[in-house]
Design a protein around this ligand. Sequence first.
Ligand SMILES: C[C@H](O)[C@H](O)[C@H]1CNC2=NC(N)=NC(=O)C2=N1
Length: 79
Amino acid sequence: MSNWTESNNRLSQTFKFKNFIEAFGFMSQVAIIAEKMDHHPNWSNVYNQVTIELTTHDAGNTVTDKDRTLAKAIDDLLA
Ligand SMILES: C[C@H](O)[C@H](O)[C@H]1CNC2=NC(N)=NC(=O)C2=N1
């Protein structure tokens, strides 16, 4: 089941981890995938939480298949 929320032309989700190291490890994995896809998240981190917002800047900040593909790849990391 996907827990992404689509609103305001963004796919969003907040991920919660045990601590900062786990959160940052997750961000490192996402960063590698994002760079490979040449599609990068808007995101923020506060201690053990990572909030990700996916939108496609090149498509006028709308949700495209690139965002859906990256969302699925992020889900797969945690599956
Ligand atoms: C030149 C480069 O391919 C583009 O700027 C890419 C980089 N990463 C990107 N990331 C996101 N989220 N949206 C984009 O439109 C986008 N475009």
